[in-house]
Design a protein around this ligand. Structure first.
Ligand code: SF4
Length: 64
């Protein structure tokens, strides 16, 4: 399972960062950085799912 960011949709709200602090971070320009690329570790799946639900513009999704 992977966490995917739709960069065209993402508006840099950053609420996903609080839901998934181990996986997502806004850089100094407000661009979202994926801290864990590729297959999610089992301990990160709940954070990833929470970030998908909390993003106000549906820019995150789980794949696989
Ligand atoms: S909450 Fe959604 S729009 Fe905001 S930074 Fe995260 S992915 Fe982007």
């Amino acid at each position: 399972m992977r966490l995917i960011v739709d960069r065209d949709r993402c508006e840099g709200h950053g609420v996903c960062e609080s839901a998934a602090p181990d996986l997502l971070e806004l850089d100094e320009h407000g661009d979202l950085v994926l801290l864990a690329e590729g297959e999610l570790a089992p301990e990160h799946r709940q954070q990833a799912a929470d970030s998908v639900v909390i993003c106000p513009v549906a820019a995150l999704k789980l794949e696989g």
